[in-house]
Design a protein around this ligand. Structure first.
Ligand code: NAD
Ligand code: AKB
Length: 316
């Protein structure tokens, strides 16, 4: 078998996919990266693009064969807030998309899978702070329910068929290169755009709603890191807890005010605040650190400075 790696990122137009396709291209060569999504990307990309739904198994199989895909990063999903608007579609996409990819691996059409889970697998009965890897998982959203079922599917396919599937429970992700699509933590991205463009932001979470969060650069580092780790180092085949930051909107507001002293924020919590209320405030990620050497690079003030610098340049 050739040692050449070819990567397929499904959901490449999304918040993570937009950044991950470029980082994979920079590291492994853009000719080896295929992005796929429901529609073509808005801007010209350096990687190859294929229009496809992850629910269209036949077309997906043709794309995998055409590009000799070895590693699939499955990012297409309904996130927490959007999922609550359409329970059946969320279940269908989040579970059947994953099953298609796991079955391609079972049939030896691909070698390795990355599939992200979320802190949303935890729920109101989980302890709030320093949540351990094996803490209670009783999610209160269909998104969390589907992620928990997905984790079990990954573990089952690994144990039964030896599938090399790797997963991380991402916290809320914040970046400047892409916009989020229907999550509860989206406020932490929107706030930067509004601070720069209008000097004012109306926040849909309560000011004291603390959540586990992470800078996109660290999330991509973890994603490429877990996929590059030796097989035997990956001891958890459900999904790894992952952590770097935890803060509430008030603390983020304070940090942004160091750059824009007149920045104004109005708090108008909506139903998303209730979703967030059921999630932990901070996560223990000792297993990821011990097993495959995970370590974040950015603290809150470094992240805020980096985002403001890059976004200010972009808006110029
Ligand atoms: P996103 O909503 O920004 O992007 C998802 C992409 O999937 C979109 O471009 C969408 O067009 C595409 N898509 C939707 N249906 C599709 C289909 N049938 N076939 C192919 N593509 C389809 O999501 P994201 O924030 O990039 O998240 C990616 C993954 O990471 C998801 O599994 C999500 O649950 C997980 N995650 C994200 C966060 C976060 O903060 N962004 C946190 C935890 C977990
Ligand atoms: C969401 O808010 O739905 C996501 C997540 C934490 O999974 N950002």
């Amino acid at each position: 078998m050739s040692s050449q790696k070819n990567f397929l990122v499904i959901g490449s137009n999304g918040q993570i996919g937009t950044v991950l396709t470029n980082r994979l291209g920079e590291k492994y060569g853009f000719e080896n990266v295929v992005g796929s999504d429901l529609r073509p990307p808005e801007n010209q990309t350096k990687f190859i693009f294929e229009e496809c739904s992850v629910l269209d198994k036949d077309r997906l199989e043709k794309i995998i064969s055409k590009h000799n895909i070895t590693d699939v990063y499955l990012l297409a999903a309904y996130l927490s807030a959007k999922g609550e608007q359409n329970i059946e579609k969320a279940w269908d996409l989040n579970i059947n998309g994953l099953l298609h990819i796991l079955n391609f691996a079972k049939d030896k059409k691909i070698q390795k899978i990355f599939w992200p889970s979320s802190i949303a697998v935890f729920g109101p009965t989980t302890p709030k702070n320093n949540v351990e890897q094996n803490a209670i998982t009783e999610p209160a959203t269909i998104y969390g329910v589907s992620k928990l079922a997905g984790e079990s599917l990954c573990n089952y396919y690994h144990n039964k068929f030896g599938i090399d599937v790797r997963s991380i429970r991402y916290p809320g992700l914040i970046g400047w290169e892409s916009m989020p699509g229907g999550g509860t933590t989206d406020y932490a991205v929107d706030i930067f755009h509004e601070a720069i463009k209008n000097g004012e932001y109306t926040c849909f979470l309560s000011e004291d709603r603390t959540l586990p969060m992470m800078y996109m650069n660290d999330a991509i580092k973890a994603t490429i890191g877990i996929m590059g780790a030796p097989f035997e180092k990956i001891k958890i085949r459900t999904s790894y807890n992952l952590s770097s930051l935890h803060f509430n909107p008030k603390q983020l507001e304070k940090e942004i005010k160091k750059h824009f002293e007149h920045f104004k924020i109005i708090y108008k919590p909506d139903e998303r605040d209730q979703l967030a209320k059921g999630w932990p405030e901070s996560i223990n990620d000792d297993c990821a650190r011990k097993d495959w050497g995970w370590e974040p690079n950015f603290n809150l003030s470094q992240m805020v400075s980096d985002i403001i610098l890059n976004l200010t340049n972009r808006y110029k």
